[in-house]
Design a protein around this ligand. Sequence first.
Ligand SMILES: Cc1cc2nc3c(=O)[nH]c(=O)nc-3n(C[C@H](O)[C@H](O)[C@H](O)COP(=O)(O)O)c2cc1C
Length: 186
Amino acid sequence: MEFDELLFSRKSVRSFQDKEIPQKVLNNMMEAARLSPSFQNKQCWRFVVVKDKNIIKDLALRSGMISKVNFFIKDAPVVIIACADPVKSGTINNQNYYLVDTAIAFQQMMMSAWNHGIGSCWLAAFNEQKVREILKIPENIRVVALSPFGYPKEKKTIYDKAVKVFAGSKKRLDLDKIVMWEKWVE
Ligand SMILES: Cc1cc2nc3c(=O)[nH]c(=O)nc-3n(C[C@H](O)[C@H](O)[C@H](O)COP(=O)(O)O)c2cc1C
C-alpha cells in the first residue's frame, strides 16, 4: 500500500473473519515493532502473542475493565498484549516514557498489520490484574494495551455497531484546532 493511503485508511476494526494470519506476516509485524525508536534505545516493550483459541476466549470473557466490554476479541485469530518493563525506560519532566516507547512500537505493529490487510483495535479498557493472571505476566511488568488482530469482516455485526456508538468515530478536530504555527495560540 502507498504510505499516505496506509495512514489515511487506517481505522479500528472490531469484527473479524475466521481466517488465520500467516506466521510470516506475524513475524513482519513483530519486526516493525522491534525497529521502533525508544528512550535511550532501551526497548522496554515486550509482546505476548496469543493464537490459542481458549486463551483468547478467556481474555474476551474476563479481561474487560467493565463486564464483557472486550467480548468482540473472541473472533480474532490473534490477540497481542503490549507490555513494558518500566525500569528499562526512563522518566523526564515527570513523564514515564515506557508508555510512549510501547505505544510507538505497538502502533508500528498495527500499521504493519494494516499494510497486510489486517485490522486491529487498541484496547485500554482492560483489567490489568486479570490480564496478568490469564497470561502469567509478572507484577513488575505493566500491561500497556491489548489488541485483536485479524482480517476485517465486511459485514458489521450488531456488537460492532454498538461499540462504535461509545468508542468508534471517524470525527476529528479540524487542523486549525490542533496545530499552532510558530507559537501557542489561545
Ligand atoms: C489509548 C487508546 C485507548 C483505546 N481504548 C479502546 C477501548 O478500550 N475499546 C475500544 O473499543 N476502542 C478503544 N480505542 C479505539 C478508539 O476508540 C478509536 O481509535 C477512536 O474512536 C477513533 O476511531 P478509529 O481508530 O477507527 O479512527 C482506544 C484507542 C486508543 C488510542
